[in-house]
Design a protein around this ligand. Structure first.
Ligand code: ADP
Ligand code: MG
Length: 680
């Protein structure tokens, strides 16, 4: 790294100011890209200067200046300037400015001008002697993010010097493979660095930006391709039987949708191939993903392998466990459950049965990946509701089995380019159809003053023999937040509003037994309404639930609202979703309510969500800060993403990981990061 002190004008004090901008070296300085540019190639006549609504550059003669004392006793200097078009005044609070200027001489002024009290003037400007090589005008000029004590002019000078120093010390050697530079018509690194700061033309600026975007995106996709190459590897499992599978499908209580069949075909093909599967199964809430994964597990069983399905919560594990157990009851398949809430003796027993192979399908939470769990012959790993997990340590997954087949399921549909970037190491199957006979959920938005109407509608539903949910954002009342809590509202609803109905409660602070009890009552139809927090958001499946009331709905994001709504409409009963908010909510919240009422298409909702929240928030914990993309927009730079994806996979598939210095460097980094899981 080249030290900042090599640049004239960077004192110790300024060095520490630069550190605030994360600039620690000369290399950092040249990689500190402008946040915008202005076209200062032409001078603006004074007469036009004030209606540009932006900074302009003018060339003018100083006619006169005078020092004035303002009303509140401040000394200012007023400089009169003129060009062929008009006269203007520069107002400066710097008493030394007059030492810099000479009457009768021409200067260049860069500033914001306005028209006030019959005259054109500027109090925000810089004035310079005429100079053909200025970095501040006479060209397309860069503007950087600043910090106090650092000006645009300083940064321009220093970055210009830094570019020259780097060129002198190292040269800007090409670091991408030659065949890619040619294929994608990339400008040279040197031209890219010079033009991103001091563009000769807008065309070169765009090409410089393209090269930098291309490079950072290529790195991301290259890592995806490498990930895939270690996840999708030769395996020694042989899948040659599918009779039980066929029988199982025939005995299902319903007919699979064609989208489910198609998705499973893709999965089955992967499992039968000699390479391990790494597949993402996307499908809107209620599209029937669980059953598809169960088919995969039955297929594994028939061919002699264990499978596991990991879910984010204990409740969901129990529900899946019961559902799967009942679906396989006519077969010899043994199902077990493994969560953090097992007693230590239950846990020991399960550990033993899992490792001896007495259990074929294991349902559980992340406890399944504890160090002491060892599998007899694990072949398939299913991860349900992927969006609820943080980064799952790949090493943990892989080390439980020899190149396992991995199926990841998510109910947050992922817009396509996002899929390519963030799930680029997986193959993708999509279930884009809901089981037949499902009616569109009717979604309505009410303000709190009309909540009795909503409660009346709920009572009507219960009279028909249906059930439902009422959701609140908080568990207990809070002094800080003016929101309703599930415990307070539960008492009120049971005593006042729904006196003659049976309500049960659910939230994260109840014990496992209590939670279980509530869900069971609902399933057995011993309760009419489940009053809950968003813990039910993931996965809860009560087919006869026909309504969900979401209070303080403005507090929830789109994807949460959509997931919550997905708790109803899970059979052929007409279902309703009631969103209830205070009378006054902000515009963003109004927009969310409207989108919810307009559509129940999960793909549409997630596109909107992505627009509102941006990529980082949208993806949640898993990928925060993970992309390393600084310039590239996942939403609008679709073309670059596709190009780099092709190029990165090409490099990895052809084994060209040494084809340039930068590629080699990325490759070494990857190997270092993954040395624990790379098998030879
Ligand atoms: P999700 O994709 O949200 O995980 P589930 O797998 O929980 O959805 O399925 C939702 C409901 O639809 C379940 O009750 C399931 O039994 C039922 N189901 C799944 N596939 C079909 C089908 N092809 N026909 C009818 N019902 C189905
Ligand atoms: Mg599910």
């Amino acid at each position: 790294m080249l030290r900042l002190e090599l640049i004239k004008g960077i004192s110790t004090k300024r060095k520490s100011l630069l550190e605030r901008l994360n600039i620690f070296s000369i290399q950092d300085l040249i990689s500190f890209f402008p946040k915008k540019y202005k076209d200062f190639r032409e001078f603006t006549p004074i007469i036009k200067s004030f209606f540009m609504q932006d900074e302009v550059v003018i060339k003018a003669r100083v006619v006169d200046f005078e020092n004035i004392l303002t009303k509140n006793n401040k000394k200012i200097t007023k400089i009169k300037i003129e060009d062929n078009s008009a006269t203007a005044y520069l107002i400066s609070f710097n008493p030394y400015i007059k030492n810099k200027i000479a009457i009768g001489k021409e200067y260049v002024i860069v500033g914001f001008f306005s028209y006030q009290f019959d005259r054109i003037e500027s109090s925000q400007f810089i004035i310079e002697e005429v100079n053909d090589n200025s970095l501040n005008y006479g060209r397309i000029v860069p503007f950087y993010s600043l910090t106090e004590g650092i000006t645009q002019k300083m940064l321009r000078d220093w970055i210009y010097d830094a570019l020259n120093i780097v060129e002198r010390e190292y040269g800007f050697k090409e670091n991408l493979p030659k065949f890619l530079v040619e294929k994608r018509h990339l400008i040279s690194r040197k031209d890219a660095f010079y033009n991103i700061h001091f563009p000769s033309t807008f065309d070169l600026l765009n090409r410089a930006i393209y090269r930098f975007k291309y490079t950072e995106t290529l790195k991301l996709e290259f890592n995806m391709a490498l990930n895939k190459s270690i996840l999708v590897r030769k395996k020694d499992r042989i899948y040659s039987h599918d009779n039980i599978l066929k029988e199982f499908i025939n005995k299902l209580p319903f007919k699979l949708t064609s989208a489910q069949i198609k998705a499973f075909d893709e999965i089955k093909k992967d499992m039968s191939s000699s390479y391990s599967m790494h597949r993402l199964l996307q499908g809107d809430v209620g599209s029937g993903k669980t059953i598809v994964s169960l088919l995969a597990m039955v297929y594994a069983y028939e061919n002699g392998y264990q499978s596991l399905i990991m879910v984010p919560t204990d409740i969901l594990a129990k529900q899946h466990y019961e559902k799967i157990s009942s679906l396989v009851k006519d077969f010899k398949i043994r199902v077990g459950i493994f969560t953090g809430s097992l007693s230590s003796s239950e846990r020991l027993l399960m550990l033993k049965m899992i490792s001896s192979g007495e259990i074929d399908i294991i349902v559980g939470t992340h406890a399944l990946f504890s160090d002491d769990v060892s599998y007899k012959n694990l072949g398939l790993i299913v991860i349900d509701e992927q969006h609820k997990f943080g980064v799952i340590q790949r090493a943990k997954l892989i080390n439980k089995a020899y190149n396992p087949d991995i199926l990841v399921m998510t109910a947050t549909p992922i817009p396509r380019t996002l899929g390519l970037t963030f799930f680029g190491d997986m193959d993708i199957s999509i279930i884009d159809e809901k089981p037949a006979n499902r009616k569109k959920i009717i979604t309505k938005w009410y303000t709190e003053s009309k909540i009795n109407k909503v409660f009346d509608a709920a009572k009507e539903e219960i009279k028909k023999g249906n059930q439902g949910y009422i959701i609140y954002p908080l568990i207990e009342d809070s002094e800080k937040l003016d929101l309703k809590s599930v415990t307070t509202m539960f008492d009120y609803l049971q005593k006042e509003v729904f006196k003659d109905y049976r309500l049960v409660l659910l939230h994260g602070r109840m014990s496992d037994e209590e939670k279980d009890e509530s869900v069971k009552k609902l399933l057995k139809k011993e309760a009419d309404i489940l009053v809950s927090t968003t813990v039910i958001e993931v996965g809860i499946d009560i087919p006869s639930a026909s309504f969900i009331i979401i209070e303080n709905a403005h507090r929830f994001g789109l994807s949460t609202l959509h997931q919550l709504r997905g708790r109803v409409g899970r059979s052929n009963i007409q279902s309703y979703c009631f969103l209830v908010t205070p009378d006054k909510i902000n515009e963003d919240s109004i927009a969310r309510m409207k989108i919810m009422c307009e559509t129940d298409d999960g793909f549409r909702i997630s596109e909107e969500d992505l627009k509102i929240r941006g990529v980082g928030e949208f993806l949640g914990t898993r990928q925060k800060g993970f992309s390393g993309l600084k310039l590239t927009s996942i939403l609008s730079d679709t073309k670059i993403i596709k190009e780099t994806r092709d190029d990165a996979f090409y490099i990895v598939e052809r084994g060209l990981t040494g084809s340039s210095s930068l590629i080699k460097h990325w490759y070494d980094e990857f190997i270092e990061r993954n040395k624990d899981i790379i098998r030879t």
